[in-house]
Design a protein around this ligand. Structure first.
Ligand SMILES: Cc1ncc(COP(=O)(O)O)c(C=O)c1O
Length: 431
């Protein structure tokens, strides 16, 4: 036992991979998922999405409660057991001598996590800052950009409130102008969305702030097309990737944006309070950090955005375990399973009278997240009935132009739970 612990500490000190810290039990669940993946390696991701034996193995890697059916994974997602246990072990090690184990041992493992994140994101590790969430990432950008009175920021009225608050603070403080456009819900095709942005650009537009996946509806946005159009006009692009990272199979570099932020506690299933900021290499120098960096700190070093002071190294290190788990499933397989789960319930529910969708079911417009409503019923009432009568947990979305209930399954969601949800909606819709 003592030896095991000593070995773990030794491994943590020279941490080269999160697998180095996996216990035998975790190893079994992690290995089960890996073995199940290799069993279906000849299946296309679309076919693998329907292989219930494979997904059963994935479901077993989570510890979710049977008390409720959680269909609000968009808010925050659970961690697989392998991550929970790693986090627990990191915390225990830190408590054996915090200043030593945190700063001298675990802290060294951060660079390994940065490398893993960079590989997953398809960008350089020197463009990735590890932080706590999307809000921290994007507000670092919003407050760090040199902008002057009269400069215009273009965004939609469906982007996330935290970031809109930050922009509004700059409007008040620095005299910027925030233009919020309305996008169709749902659009016929993605070019309709690009056109709305194109028409709203003025000679004073300096920044376009765009969500990759709209949190209200799950709408996938044509970020690359918007970014290419913006760059032709010398406009920089900030992408809110809270709902797309480790949900859709893509690389940040595919998006052509200048700045990107995401929360790893959403689709990656990393510990609560973990996120990343991406800044394109050539933009790092001019972006001010939110928390002051030392004077002699190289201004082109991405680590200047990490001067948070004492923070949770256990949370940061356990991100690596979630990346391993995610890679064990495979990004494309995960995307196809999530889309399959959404289509599974949505294609049944859409046939019920009075049910309407605020989300397009086209593959290029949505994946796991979908927003529906029942005509003549307030979303709060639908949400309340789903929970009080069926213990199905969802969330409501109320916007000036549309409203509904947002449903987000995750990789651990069981088909029989979706069947139960479908029958609950049918009963509610029939009154
Ligand atoms: C699109 C979008 N951006 C940002 C956030 C904020 O995420 P966090 O609270 O992790 O900072 C959310 C949260 O749901 C979101 O949906």
């Amino acid at each position: 036992m003592k030896n095991d612990r000593r070995n773990f500490i030794k491994q943590a000190g020279t941490l080269t991979g999160a697998a180095a810290t996996i216990s035998l039990l975790d190893m079994l669940s992690f290995e089960n998922v890996k073995a199940a993946s290799s069993r279906i390696q000849n299946l296309s991701p679309k076919d693998a999405a329907r292989d219930e034996d494979f997904w059963f193995t994935v479901q077993q890697a989570y510890t979710v409660s049977s008390e409720i059916i959680n269909l609000n994974n968009g808010g925050v997602s659970p961690q697989p057991l392998v991550t929970q246990n790693a986090l627990d072990r990191y915390v225990r090690i830190c408590n054996e001598g915090p200043a030593y184990y945190m700063w001298s041992v675990l802290g060294n493992g951060r660079e390994n996590v940065r490398n893993k994140l960079a590989e997953l994101a398809g960008v350089s590790a020197e463009e990735i800052a590890i932080n706590r969430n999307t809000s921290e990432a994007l507000e670092t950008v919003i407050f760090g950009l040199d902008l002057k009175a009269g400069d215009e920021i273009l965004t939609t009225n469906q982007d996330y409130p935290n970031m809109m608050n930050a922009w509004n603070q700059r409007v008040k403080r620095d005299g910027l102008k925030l233009t919020t456009i309305s996008i169709p819900v749902p659009p016929k095709d993605l070019s309709e969305i690009v056109d709305v942005y194109r028409k709203a650009i003025t000679p004073k537009t300096k920044i376009i702030h765009v969500s990759h996946v709209i949190f209200m509806t799950g709408q996938i946005m044509p970020v690359r097309e918007i970014a290419d159009m913006a760059h032709e006009k010398g406009i920089e692009v900030i992408c809110d990737g809270a709902h797309s990272f480790a949900h859709l199979d893509y690389k940040i570099s595919d998006l052509h944006c200048d700045y990107f932020g995401t929360s790893l506690h959403k689709w990656l299933c990393a510990p609560f309070g973990s996120g990343l900021l991406y800044v394109k290499k050539e933009k790092i120098e001019k972006l001010w950090p939110l928390l002051g960096a030392p004077k002699d700190f190289s201004t082109t070093d991405i680590r200047k955005f990490e001067h948070l002071g004492t923070r949770s190294f256990p949370i940061e290190l356990a991100i690596g375990n979630s990346i391993d788990f995610h890679n064990g499933i495979g990004s494309k397989r995960k995307e196809e399973r999530l889309r399959y789960l959404k289509n599974y319930w949505a294609e049944k529910v859409v046939r019920f009278p009075k049910v309407k969708f605020n989300t397009s079911l086209m593959d290029n417009q949505s994946c796991a997240i979908c927003n529906f409503t029942i005509e003549g019923m307030e979303p709060a009432k639908i949400h309340e009935e789903l929970f009080s009568k069926y213990k199905i947990y969802t969330t409501t979305i109320t916007h000036d132009e549309f409203k509904g209930v947002r449903i987000t399954p995750h990789v651990y969601t069981k088909i029989k739970d979706l069947d139960f949800f479908v029958s609950a909606v049918e009963k509610i819709a029939k009154g």
